[in-house]
Write a protein that binds this ligand. Sequence first.
Ligand SMILES: [Zn+2]
Ligand SMILES: [Zn+2]
Ligand SMILES: [Zn+2]
Length: 143
Amino acid sequence: MNVQQALNKLKKEGFKFTGKRENLLHLFAEEKRYLSAKDVLTFMQKLYPGVSFDTVYRNLALFEEMGILEMTELEGEKRFRFSCSTTKHHHHLICLECGKTKQIHSCPMDWIEESVEGEFEVTGHKFEIYGYCTECQTLTVQN
Ligand SMILES: [Zn+2]
Ligand SMILES: [Zn+2]
Ligand SMILES: [Zn+2]
């Protein structure tokens, strides 16, 4: 997903295209990592002093519902990032420090599905791996 695709999607589904929404999308395009609603609010308040948490959150929820953003919960807080453009099935390595993600293309479901065959009908799954990226590992050591 990129900003243009997201804007087209908003237009197609009849949502108003505002400067705020465009800034928000550009933030995700630049950061390429998981951001909390608070991170997004801090950024938006620099551009629009007085913008409320509610407004920011409503837009994040809308974008998630439309498939523009992906949401996950890390350390009890909801985080958002641009949905991956690849349609190939994959999972993410997620850095707990900076929120950067990396795709992995192997899926543990391949063998789990086999082991529960006949007992359980699998309709979906979620799988995420948490840790620290190479840059953040270096920082941890220095501190
Ligand atoms: Zn992805
Ligand atoms: Zn990191
Ligand atoms: Zn999978």
